[in-house]
Design a protein around this ligand. Structure first.
Ligand SMILES: C[S@@+](CC[C@H](N)C(=O)[O-])C[C@H]1O[C@@H](n2cnc3c(N)ncnc32)[C@H](O)[C@@H]1O
Length: 473
């Protein structure tokens, strides 16, 4: 081999080794004590792998046993940056020239979130940390200079004003960071004021709530049990067995381990009321996993009768069983089944009550999973509407005459919720909406109409939809 060729080969090998080393640098461990770097890794994974932000955050905190102080900041940075992604892009837009690597864009969003929204972090600290992360992750020094330049320019000139945006739908879309097509869809369905309240509320952290297991304690006893464990808790004024957690992680409590409480969002407690079960009934929960509503229904049945809890996925069966065991509810029978085939699996008209807590677009839980708002499309609503209708049709065949059926979702969309109810009623003239007389007084709509759309701003719960039907025969 000639001397020149050998030289070239060596250069190529050196370049290859450098690229390899840089690649390693670009993928740091998720937790090395640097909260901002860990937040950046989570944000990138949510964006690139469609990972759920809440699950990834939880896994990271548990896996690396991140302490309370860092846990708080990591959660704030991850959720805040995701929640305000579009707003932050609007602020960045005038300063970004040319194409940026995705990780650099997320680093800028993460840093700008601290500058624009977090008073407790000094601006210069946010910039310095961003520059250090850029130096540590980048393959060349130009990146940290770009990050430094952009952030310092914004600090100097202040963030862009949104009030000059003439179109109100566009303005609130940017201010609250929700896709404009979704904002317009909401305004058309619910009016401007309700939409604006919803979008603002979606950027607040969700309230933690628990349900007291009526088989083991009444609400007062549940409250006192948590107080004795030094949790800061108060009674809800909406659902009688619901408690609001002001401070503390109830999943770590003895009350939870002993099955005195279970963690459930307040609006998810409505279907068990709407179903109006009695002890001894034969009940079917068609889309049951992980069993939040199944266990509530079993408690209302006083653990007497038959409660078949099915779900499409085998791996979710153990979640239902674990919840039933922890809460001491032997009436629940988990079974893997596609709800659409249930009509041929069970005897026709053999159930007194059926719950169809259907798969849905999940727009009611944006506070818990902010990434949802950027990934849904109009096509999703249409296909979910079709699946929901198939599930309801199948349930209809199995419901006794005079039996009651409930359809619920954790979403806020007219095509999925009202549209599905309308299509179902049109197909089955012997089904009627059934006012829920036993519903808590705080839910007058359900008591009067048998149907209600809950918005997060109503009583600080997830967005939720419930419709109760009776089979007239
Ligand atoms: C909203 S979640 C149910 C939550 C549950 N009811 C609770 O309260 O814990 C919807 C469930 O429907 C299940 N699912 C989706 N398609 C289904 C089908 N065709 N048949 C039965 N279950 C289905 C999903 O696996 C998911 O667990």
């Amino acid at each position: 081999m000639s001397k020149i060729k050998t030289e070239k080969k060596r250069e190529r090998q050196a370049a290859h080794a450098e690229r390899k080393a840089n690649k390693k640098k670009a993928k740091p461990a998720i937790w090395d004590g640097n909260v901002r770097d860990a937040a950046l890794t989570i944000l990138l994974s949510v964006d690139q792998n469609q990972a759920y932000s809440n699950l990834l955050l939880h896994q990271t905190i548990e896996k690396y046993k991140i302490d309370k102080k860092d846990r708080g900041l990591l959660t704030e940075l991850t959720y805040g940056t995701l929640q305000y992604k579009m707003t932050l892009d609007f602020y960045l837009e005038p300063y970004v020239r040319g194409k940026l690597d995705e990780w650099v864009r997320w680093l800028l969003r993460l840093s700008l979130y601290q500058i624009a929204y977090l008073d407790k972090i000094p601006d210069h600290a946010a910039v310095n940390e961003a520059v250090e992360i850029a130096k540590h992750r980048a393959r060349h020094r130009g990146v940290s200079a770009t990050v430094n330049g952009i952030l310092r320019s914004i600090l100097r000139e202040g963030v862009r004003d949104t009030t000059s945006i003439k179109d109100d739908a566009t303005r609130i879309s940017i201010e609250t960071s929700h896709p404009e097509w979704l904002v317009r869809r909401y305004i058309e369905g619910f009016g401007f004021e309700k939409t604006e309240d919803l979008l603002i509320e979606n950027n607040f952290p969700p309230l933690q709530t628990v349900r007291v297991n009526s088989m083991k304690a009444d609400t007062t006893k549940g409250l006192e049990t948590l107080w004795a464990e030094e949790y800061s808790v108060k009674r809800s004024s909406t659902i009688p067995e619901c408690l609001h957690i002001i401070e503390g992680q109830p999943a770590r409590s003895k009350a939870f381990a002993d099955g005195v409480i279970t963690i459930q969002d307040e609006s998810s407690m409505i279907p068990a009321y709407a179903l109006d079960v009695k002890p001894g009934m034969r009940v079917f929960d068609m889309c049951a996993a992980p069993g939040g509503k199944t266990t509530h229904i079993a408690e209302k049945m006083n653990n007497e009768g038959e409660l078949i809890a099915t779900d499409l996925h085998q791996h979710k069966m153990k979640l239902i069983q674990q919840n039933a065991d922890r809460l001491g509810l032997s009436v629940i029978k988990p079974e893997v089944l596609d709800g659409r085939k249930a009509k041929d699996h069970f005897e026709k008209e053999s159930f007194d009550r059926i719950l169809v807590d259907a798969p849905c677009s999940g727009l009611g839980v944006i506070r818990r999973k902010p990434d949802i708002k950027y990934t849904k499309s109009v096509e999703d609503f249409a296909s979910l509407h079709a699946i929901q209708l198939d599930l309801l049709d199948s349930a209809y065949e199995l419901l006794k005459v005079q039996g009651k059926m409930v359809y619920s979702t954790c979403t806020i969309d007219k095509m999925e919720n009202d549209g599905t109810v309308e299509a179902f009623l049109a197909k089955h003239p012997d089904m009627e909406l059934a006012p829920v007389e036993n519903a808590p007084e705080a839910l007058p709509q359900l008591r009067e109409n048998g149907m209600m759309q809950v918005f997060p701003q109503d009583f600080n719960s997830d967005g939720f939809f419930v419709a109760a039907f009776v089979k007239k025969g």
